[in-house]
Design a protein around this ligand. Structure first.
Ligand code: NAD
Ligand code: IPM
Ligand code: MN
Length: 367
């Protein structure tokens, strides 16, 4: 049977609470579908490696992690002790760039059993993919500070868009849209106000659209796009955005679909030169860490995306189905963000049990 080598980085805060539930569900899926995981855990976190070394990662992190089939990541961040830009630029953002994970794929779906804060929304009304550019754009390290401490103090940070960088994420998004039933793509822009980079983004998107005649493509400025996510989420199918706009849309979308606690993401290196990284959209949530009440679904669903990336499509689909069944049929295990009073472990264990039960039910039907 196939054996996958996975690097697991639980990280900080609720990362340490939800990752074990993600691993539990991956183990259940492996057992049910006849493959194996070989898991190596790494302590690359603020409240761990950083405390001992004053760095988030060892200098040879690319060699240490580069040979794994995938990275399963929780969240990092301990803002009371380590400034966020130090911890995030010291780890997660290094992985995205160093492993050239230029696509951040973030599905947004209103699942059965979850209530949207938007009025009258049913499962099926919200079902789209945010494709976030993940290696350049507004997240650049080009800039600086001058006249520090004087009244002329000035800070500048550049936005970087390269033709290769823009075209490759657009191509990925158009390919995805072309393979979906609705074949609809929206690109987020702000070319009315940001007058150099965003018109360039529009220009490349318009050129790419010409190569995909079957895809209906249009653009929305980011300001009205956020309003339409709330007012008319049903009209979106694939939404492609620059790094910062994609970041914002991928918290707003899941909030419209009930809670950011369920939102998954895949940081993908489509060339497969390097491992891809799977993590929930949310962070380390210091406000609820240590209480055992974090929603593990974002982590578990990210595990399903990892299974899909590894080629275990049946297992991936089954994990998502198990998540939805449990959310819909087991209100007693739902965590507080879903309106319940359950625990991280209770919800994780229920989903793992449903993965196992679902597989034996299926085997029963086929026999
Ligand atoms: P956050 O996502 O950690 O939390 C935002 C809010 O959502 C909080 O009220 C939190 O309790 C709630 N929440 C988040 N995940 C939840 C879950 N699974 N279940 C229930 N509630 C959940 O964002 P933040 O507060 O902006 O950031 C906190 C720290 O995490 C910071 O250090 C930040 O830099 C870091 N962060 C890390 C990542 C990452 O590693 N990928 C992502 C985002 C933020
Ligand atoms: C995310 C996070 C990160 C980002 C932060 C923690 C740097 O918000 O993965 O969405 O902005 O990309
Ligand atoms: Mn974010």
């Amino acid at each position: 049977s196939h054996r996958y080598r996975i690097a697991v980085i639980p990280g900080d805060g609720i990362g340490r609470e939800v990752v074990p539930e993600g691993v539990r569900c991956l183990a259940a899926a492996a057992q049910a579908h006849g493959f194996e995981f070989e898991i190596a855990e790494f302590d690359f976190a603020c409240a761990d490696y950083w405390l001992r070394h004053g760095e988030m990662l060892p200098p040879d992190w690319r060699e240490v992690l580069g040979g794994y089939d995938a990275i399963f990541f929780g969240a990092v961040g301990w803002p009371e002790v380590v400034p966020d830009h130090v911890s995030l630029w010291g780890s997660l953002l290094q992985f995205r760039r160093g492993f050239d994970q230029y696509v951040n794929l973030r599905p947004v779906r209103l699942l059965r059993g979850v209530r949207s804060p938007l009025r009258d929304r049913q499962p099926g009304d919200i079902d789209f993919l945010v494709v976030r550019e993940n290696t350049e754009g507004e997240y650049s390290s080009i800039g600086g500070r001058i006249f520090e401490g004087t009244d002329r103090e000035t800070v500048v940070q550049e936005t970087v868009m390269t033709r290769i960088g823009v075209d490759r994420v657009l191509r990925y998004a158009f390919d995805l849209a072309a393979a979906r039933p609705r074949k609809h793509l929206t690109w987020a822009t702000k070319s009315n106000g940001i007058s150099i980079t965003m018109p360039y983004w529009d220009e490349r998107a318009t050129a790419m659209a010409q190569r995909y005649p079957d895809v209906t493509a249009d653009k929305d400025h980011i300001d009205i796009l956020t309003a339409k996510f709330v007012l008319r989420p049903q009209q979106y199918d694939v939404v492609v955005a620059s790094n910062l706009f994609g970041d914002i849309l991928s918290d707003l979308g899941p909030a419209c679909a009930g809670t950011i606690g369920i939102a998954p993401s895949a940081n993908i290196n489509p060339d497969r030169t390097w491992p891809s990284l799977f993590e929930p959209v949310h962070g380390s949530a210091p406000d609820i860490a240590g209480r055992g009440i974090a929603n593990p679904v974002g982590q578990i669903w990210s595990g399903a995306m990892m299974l899909g990336h590894l080629g275990e499509l049946a297992a991936a689909a089954q994990v998502v189905a198990a998540i939805e069944t449990v959310l819909d049929e087991r209100p007693e295990v739902l965590t507080p963000d879903l309106g319940g009073s359950g625990t991280t472990e209770g919800l994780g264990a229920a989903i793992a049990a449903e993965i196992t039960a679902g597989e034996s039910r299926q085997r029963g039907t086929h026999a």
